[in-house]
Design a protein around this ligand. Structure first.
Ligand SMILES: NC(=O)c1ccc[n+]([C@@H]2O[C@H](COP(=O)([O-])OP(=O)(O)OC[C@H]3O[C@@H](n4cnc5c(N)ncnc54)[C@H](OP(=O)(O)O)[C@@H]3O)[C@@H](O)[C@H]2O)c1
Length: 277
């Protein structure tokens, strides 16, 4: 078969304009066979006529959907060498008022969605005693600020799960990599704003409305890193024979790594200034 020897990479959240879409193209450029998935095929229409891609509709919140896509991939290629859990949503709102439905939706995508894929794929990787699992976290978890607490908590939990998985899966030959993006130019701000506009008016935080609203696009400034640049570096790290446990790149990634080590009172001071609270 023509794909014998090529790595099969399954990626979630590959809508055009986002990190997943660039990762899909960067893996394909490295001679991988890419199962690019997204909630709607139309969001990946530009990849349609390229034989390097196998396109599948996948909502990570649906167990049934996950099982169906995996069976399609195993039928076609017989394996998954690399799983990239990229799908994610940013949820903006003060924790005292953000609707619990939004909090749950954020965790159900960013955390449980990731776990759904991992629990589905790991038995196959274990049977081959090889594989790579890549979880896409966020630098925001290194120094949690105001107005995106649900998102930040989901990513902090994801970082923690990733650390545990790395140790638990190592005896089975599976590498686990935490990819931690800084500020990357994508659709994340617009998607977050669309959800934000569906939320009720804040009662307790009326006076902070402008600052809260601005949080949706905080990562989308003029200096944010293009997705293609981020994806190229990330794919090079993932495809190494011995990939790193942690790979962080993009605008703000260095400053957030420094913030992580600073005393809390300094972090709070910086965050208060930056996020106007
Ligand atoms: N951009 C940044 O600055 C940044 C920084 C740190 C971490 N990250 C992380 O990077 C990852 C990619 O984000 P991005 O910046 O590329 O944002 P994006 O452009 O909004 O892409 C997010 C992708 O996730 C998909 N998605 C959302 N809910 C889903 C679900 N239930 N099932 C399947 N797919 C779903 C979206 O699909 P739809 O198109 O259908 O909505 C989209 O394809 C996320 O995990 C994000 O948290 C991004």
């Amino acid at each position: 078969m023509e794909w014998y020897g090529q790595q099969v990479v399954l990626i979630t959240g590959c809508s055009r304009g986002g990190i997943g879409h660039s990762l899909a193209r960067a893996f394909a450029d490295e001679d991988c066979l890419v199962v690019a998935t997204s909630r709607s095929l139309s969001a990946m229409a530009d990849l349609e006529n390229d034989s390097r891609f196998f396109l599948q509709e996948l909502d990570v919140q649906s167990e049934e959907n996950v099982q169906h896509v995996l069976s399609q991939v195993l039928e076609k290629y017989g394996r998954v060498d690399v799983l990239v859990n990229n799908a994610g949503v940013l949820c903006v709102g003060p924790l005292a008022e953000v609707p619990l439905t939004q909090l749950k939706n954020t965790f159900n995508t960013n955390l449980y969605g990731t776990m759904r894929l991992i629990q589905a794929v790991v038995p196959h990787m274990m049977s081959r005693r090889k594989g790579k699992i890549v979880n896409v976290g966020s630098v925001t978890a290194l120094s949690p600020g105001p107005w995106a607490g649900a998102y930040t908590a989901s990513k902090a939990a994801l970082h923690s799960l990733t650390d545990t998985l790395r140790l638990e899966l190592r005896p089975f030959g599976i590498d686990v990599i935490n990819v931690v993006p800084g500020a990357i130019r994508s659709n994340i701000g617009n998607s977050a704003l669309a959800s934000y506009n569906q939320m009720p008016q804040w009662k307790l935080y009326k006076g902070f409305e402008a600052a809260i609203h601005d949080r949706a696009n905080f990562s989308q400034g003029s200096k944010s890193t293009p997705t293609d640049e981020f994806a190229m570096k990330t794919v090079a790290a993932i495809l190494k024979k011995n990939p790193p446990a942690w790979f962080s790149s993009g605008h703000y990634s260095t400053i957030m790594a420094i913030m992580y080590h600073l005393p809390i009172f300094i972090r709070d001071f910086v965050m208060k200034r930056a996020m106007k609270c």
